[in-house]
Write a protein that binds this ligand. Sequence first.
Ligand code: DQA
Length: 149
Amino acid sequence: MPPIVLVLNGPNLNLLGTREPTTYGHETLADISALCARSAEEFGLAVEFRQTNHEGELLDWICGARGRCAGIVINPAAWTHTCVAIRDALVASELPVIEVHLSNVHAREPFRHHSFVSAIASAVLTGFGSHGYRLALQHFGQRLLGVSP
Ligand code: DQA
């Protein structure tokens, strides 16, 4: 059974493709989900890809990953900049975490420059677009299985 990596997406990312395309591009969340499925197969991983607009649901998913999954890739979206509970849940999961943002948050408004997650993440990928998800999964492939295509 390949190690499971949980790929989590926060609020409004369900709108990708139509939401501010000059900032987030034209790919939909379904496109990114398909990219993650292809990448996971390539790197020997199993992926569970989820999105929610409800903070409690995201917290439940993170808590449920403990002992079951091997790592978490998370784009917390706007909760990156506001939510201590997500950071605490990620720490409690005792799993390696990679934080991903489609846009380069540091080139945007000052309120996006602070992340509650970055300090507890193994790595942060910001501004690579959907490729950031693939890079995160490639990292987990190398870290968990020694797969380096
Ligand atoms: C985002 C950046 C966040 O600041 C923003 O609130 C999002 C998306 C990104 O992927 O670039 O919703 O996480």
